[in-house]
Ligand binder design. Structure first.
Ligand code: LMR
Length: 412
């Protein structure tokens, strides 16, 4: 006799991830002039997301020279971790107070960090600014941690309300975690000043808060060194910190899922505890991380010619983002804050209904929170984009990019 168990009947139905659903919707739209400012991938002026030159060259090196694909271990490629650490910290050695675990993307790093905190301090709360990347809170909740949100943006939505953030964090307890975007905040493109980083470092130190820095866009803001300064201030100031690194954007290896978790600890003995626990967690999640993307990044960073070529191409990408930002900011004063923001994203104060309208009428695809991927715009579609969204922004007075008589204000 067969017993029917109906194994999954107790599950609750889940909505598809909104951003991933938007990708599918965009692909299904037959309009040739549709505009994708949705998912956060870099696009060239021609609208492509090309494989970077140095990545292609490194793949050729691996193809001819890689002698084995045997397992490396749960810690992954340690030379890769060491080279990434150099990008983050400026130091060539991980030293005795830091461990680098290769992970599948920055998400893998965030998840291991979350699980590590849940093991170390099950009652800890994780403080996350609002808004943030929509996957942040679920990652920590899935690890069983409580998430608390703190205010992040000011009333206009164009800049950080640092005082409100600091005041919200007075409720944080010792042992709580504070998630910080290392640079190029997703979704707003805002960034902490160096003074604000130093103030945050002082706050974490004083109150025993553990910072968890998510560094996913290094090199796409002001430069490789500049974009690491905040993290460096923090790591120099506090005894214990975590840092999730993603190579997906700055090496454009998105689907290869390349990242690392860096665990920084005040004492060698607690680092050793954290290291062995992180390895156990990683082993149960994916056993060993996928090698290819990390091997490509290691090959580039270990080879001076490939490294220079990668840095040059990354600088071109960064410059293009700046050009688009200037173009948007000069199209209308309402868009002026975009010039001061950095990285792939900015967020428009546009209502969800209007977002649906511009998708229907203009084929402009952006997530429901008004985040736009700056790289989705180029000289061909920028004025169409501006004409489509501008009438929906609060305070719109009728000047637009396509109106040549309109005064053009260039933001500082
Ligand atoms: C994004 O924010 O668009 C990217 O980080 C892709 C993702 O996984 O959400």
């Amino acid at each position: 006799m067969k017993v029917s168990s109906d194994a999954f009947a107790g599950l609750q139905s889940q909505k598809p991830d909104a951003l991933l659903a938007l990708i599918a919707q965009y692909r299904a739209d037959p309009r040739a002039d549709k505009i994708d400012v949705g998912v956060g991938v870099y696009r060239s002026e021609a609208g492509d997301t090309p494989v970077m030159r140095a990545v292609k060259d490194a793949e050729a090196v691996l193809l001819s020279e890689q002698a084995s694909k045997s397992y490396l271990g749960a810690e992954g490629d340690q030379r890769f971790a060491q080279l990434l650490w150099q990008l983050v910290s400026g130091s060539n050695r991980l030293g005795t107070r830091c461990f680098g675990l290769q992970t599948p993307g920055g998400t893998g790093a965030l998840r291991v960090g979350a699980e590590l905190l849940a093991r170390a301090r099950p009652d800890a709360r994780v403080w996350i600014g609002e808004p943030t990347w929509p996957n942040h809170a679920p990652i920590f909740r899935e690890a069983g941690l409580q998430v608390r949100t703190h205010r992040y943006l000011g009333a206009t939505g164009g800049d950080i309300d640092f005082d409100a953030m600091v005041s919200a964090l007075t409720e944080a307890r010792a042992g709580d975690m504070l998630l910080l975007h290392g640079c190029c905040h997703n979704p707003t493109g805002t960034q902490f000043s160096q003074e604000q980083w130093m103030a945050l470092a002082g706050l974490c130190l004083q109150r025993g808060i553990i910072p968890f820095i998510d560094l996913a866009y290094q090199g796409l803001g002001d430069g490789m060194e500049e974009d690491a300064q905040g993290a460096r201030h923090m790591l120099a100031a506090v005894p214990d910190a975590l840092l999730a690194y993603s190579c997906d954007k700055n090496f454009a290896v998105y689907r290869d899922r390349v990242g690392a978790l860096f665990i920084h600890s005040g004492t060698e003995s607690s680092l050793e505890l954290a290291r062995t626990n992180a390895l156990t967690i990683a082993r149960s999640l994916w056993s060993m991380p996928p090698d290819h993307g990390a091997a490509v990044v290691r090959t580039i960073l270990d080879n001076p010619a490939l490294r220079t070529d990668w840095e040059d191409e990354l600088a071109d990408m960064r410059r293009r983002l700046q050009i688009v930002r200037q173009g948007l900011a000069s199209a209308d004063p309402l868009l002026a804050p975009i010039a001061t923001q950095r990285g792939l994203f900015s967020r428009l104060p546009i209502h969800a209904d209007a977002i649906a309208t511009v998708r229907r009428t203009h084929g402009i695809y952006m997530p429901a929170d008004g985040r736009i991927n700056i790289a989705g715009l180029n000289q061909t579609n920028l004025s169409r984009f501006v004409d489509g969204v501008l009438p929906h922004l609060p305070g719109y007075r009728g000047n637009s990019a396509s109106d040549p008589s309109a005064p053009q204000e260039v933001s500082a």
